[in-house]
Design a binder for this molecule. Structure first.
Ligand SMILES: *[C@@H]1O[C@H](CO)[C@@H](O)[C@H](O)[C@H]1NC(C)=O
Ligand SMILES: *[C@@H]1O[C@H](CO)[C@@H](O)[C@H](O)[C@H]1NC(C)=O
Length: 461
């Protein structure tokens, strides 16, 4: 499978592209608008009230509290808006803000950490008898191709030694083509856990028939001219759309709640001595990540404006969680050019080649209704909306930010970025370094996450 890493490389080129060319892409996005009316209202408004607690709305909307001024958001019917408040007063040239944010990041990462302290970790240690272990409702997911046999093999080996040999969580390998016997046999050599090899049903993978081929080709050509990697590769668009809107609906995955996504050729630096799925279950958290970074702004040029259009239609405002990570989505000081191209979105996102999460969040009405709307715009093909920014935006809007967890204790590498904690269980990386390339430090959004989305890092670590 094409890894998310590869799309990051041309970033430096992308930054140099003049804004007026970027506008052409936006324009292309708006021509031939697909009818989206059917998605602008929640599919089942009646069922909403039973599932969501909207009591906060009356509190904050009726009282004299100006949430927009005070908290940077307003959640009102047909009048949803957000603004960045810069509550930590990090101002100056982008370079200066970068230094401040890097400092924030390094200070936190350099603090010694062993394991999270907001849960009784002793209760979720590896079992003495792995065969009778009552596992959480979870699977390891890898979307890979037969040709990636060597690279995914390396990942599994490292992953087994770091985590899974202590718990034997089952693997679910998924592929849009059938897996070869050679692939299956090789994978079985790396693990004692069960492996399920699944061919993704075409209807979850293929480009929807509503996509206008001519418009897609024209848009792809423009994106290619702007060095947006994989812009012209149809399968990459399919992969993104699949991972952000459909993977949790693959029949063999619907029987699980939690997943850990792995990719070819990643590395784990930490000996993980507790069951991370039970950690999520026990704390009620729904999503965990290790790396937090900026995206190619042009690839998501209209994702935020489209999302605002959606939130301002019908009753969709109700899905927004008032404790969402909005400020993180809107940060505009470290890389302000991004926000110009995207109409306000920082492009900060959780790097999705590592995800440990609760699929029920993505299956839920709030995320799914929004996904259907996004799908109806066709812009998974007319732009190149990635699975990482879409997952991240969905989480930042529709989930309580306290349920999103930075696995700061898990050392992880997907070249050229890594998470390298200062811990006795971690080996092989340079603490707090983020990337071995110094010039890539400006791609780190974690400083903003710490400032804007973590109320008190010391409580967790
Ligand atoms: C709303 O206000 C009531 C009464 O003032 C209070 O008990 C409740 O906790 C508030 N709810 C929220 C979500 O702030
Ligand atoms: C596991 O989770 C899925 C999704 O929430 C659910 O449908 C299934 O019943 C669960 N299985 C068990 C054994 O609890």
């Amino acid at each position: 499978m094409l890894s998310a890493l590869s799309i990051k490389r041309p970033r430096i080129l992308v930054i140099l592209v003049p804004i007026n060319l970027i506008l052409i892409i936006c324009l292309l996005g708006y021509i031939n608008e697909v009818s989206v009316e059917s998605y602008l209202r929640p599919v089942s408004v009646k069922s909403l009230t039973s599932k969501f607690d909207f009591s906060y709305l009356s509190n904050k909307t009726s009282a004299n509290v100006d949430t927009f001024k005070q908290y940077g958001y307003q959640i009102k019917p047909k009048n949803v808006k957000f603004q960045y408040l810069n509550s930590k007063n990090k101002d100056g040239e982008p370079k200066q803000v970068l230094d401040m944010n890097t400092d924030t990041y390094e200070k936190v990462v350099q603090k010694e950490i062993n394991e999270p302290k907001d849960y009784d970790i002793e209760s979720i240690r590896p079992p003495e008898n792995i065969d009778t272990y009552a596992r959480a409702n979870a699977t390891i997911v890898a979307l890979v191709r037969n040709t990636e046999i060597t690279k995914i093999g390396r990942t599994i080996k490292r992953f087994e030694s770091s985590f899974n040999s202590k718990f034997n969580y089952p693997y679910t390998f998924i592929n849009d083509q059938p897996f070869s016997d050679r692939f299956k046999k090789r994978m079985a050599k790396f693990t004692k856990a069960k492996i399920n090899f699944v061919t993704i049903p075409a209807e979850l993978w293929d480009k929807p028939s509503s996509i206008d081929g001519e418009r897609e080709t024209a848009a792809m050509d423009v994106m290619k001219d702007h060095n947006i990697a994989y812009a012209k590769m149809g399968s990459y668009h399919n992969m993104c759309r699949f991972y952000l809107g459909n993977f949790y609906n693959v029949p063999e995955l619907t029987k699980y709640k939690y997943y850990w996504r792995i990719e070819p050729d990643v590395d784990f630096y930490t000996d993980i001595k507790y069951d991370v799925f039970k950690y999520l279950e026990g704390t009620g958290k729904i999503y965990g990540f290790t790396i937090n970074l900026y995206d190619i702004d042009e690839s998501v040029a209209t994702l935020w404006p489209e999302t605002l259009r959606y939130l301002n239609s019908g009753d969709n405002y109700k899905y927004i969680d008032p404790n969402g990570a909005f400020q993180w989505l809107l940060e505009n000081k470290q890389n302000p050019k991004k926000n110009v191209v995207t109409g306000g979105y920082s492009t900060c996102h959780f790097w999705s080649n590592f995800e440990i999460g609760d699929m029920d969040f993505f299956r839920g009405e709030a995320y799914n209704n929004w996904f259907k709307f996004l799908d109806s715009t066709g812009k998974f093909y007319y732009e190149r909306w990635g699975d990482a920014p879409v997952h991240s935006m969905g989480l930042a809007l529709f989930a309580d930010r306290d349920k999103i967890h930075w696995f700061r204790d898990i050392g992880y590498n997907h070249d050229p970025y890594h998470n390298c904690p200062n811990s006795p269980n971690t080996q092989g990386c340079k603490t707090a370094s983020f990337s071995r390339w110094n010039h890539l430090k400006d791609q780190n959004c974690m400083g903003t996450w710490i400032d804007q989305a973590m109320d008190d890092p010391d409580k967790i670590y």
